[in-house]
Design a protein around this ligand. Sequence first.
Ligand code: AMP
Length: 284
Amino acid sequence: MQILTQAQHVQAQCQQWRAEGHSIALVPTMGFYHAGHEDLMRHGRTLADKLVVSLFVNPTQFGPNEDLSTYPRDLAKDTALVENVGADMLFTPSPEDMYAPDHATWVSVPDLSQGLCGVTRPEHFRGVCTVVMKLLMLTQATTALFGEKDWQQLAIVRRMVRDCAIPVDIVGRPTVREADGLALSSRNAYLSPAERAEAPHIQAGLQWAAGKVEKGETNAPALMKGLLHYWSSRLTLGRLDYLAVVDPVSLKPVDSIEKTALMACAIRMGKARLIDNIRLHAKH
Ligand code: AMP
């Protein structure tokens, strides 16, 4: 496996691979790997001739008071996993290599970036889009894989790729969870034992809501009210950032659940901000 830190070296190698007729799968990550990342990598391995994993804690997607400086890191362990998965390249650039001092170009999808996580993280998706676009340009990936845990990110990347006619297939993968339902996240490392014990109620509550919809509930505000009540006695250490029922593609809020919708939430617990979501399927 090649371990490269410089963008121009990545571009040269990937250009050569593409010229030789190889397909390339890209898995963009911020490291501190868990089984969710591993699933993306192992699946990516099956989809293309070459697998490129990028590990970059992208400063432009963090807000001024967010956890950029404390974001968990373990490069040695992460490198071993990427190697074990059988990747062809691990790209670990420095911020200076990805962003010139006079970097001035931003990619954004404002329509999809303002709601949900965008309310409290107004610049976040601009940072995500800009770095993903750059990684796609550097690697000339034919496939790129993202997790459905970050549903808004996936929807935004899909829209960016469609709008800009970027020749890449975007593949979304289901959320990988702990046995008790908690969505795996590098930020789970921030949870205290008491917070960790309560955190599975996030997904349990979303499943409770999805069950109501399967039994015939179609009113989104009533469903959210019921879920907040469900959480009130179980998530005593959590503070709600948002809870929303939206169209899965446009991310616009829906009042009435017809066919399918997405219920998404962000909850702060201690130092962590945990996000999760569930698909809602209306009873026919
Ligand atoms: P991150 O390193 O947190 O930026 O995540 C890198 C990629 O892994 C993103 O596409 C995430 O959506 C995805 N990912 C993170 N957590 C999970 C999970 N629990 N299950 C599946 N994919 C995930």
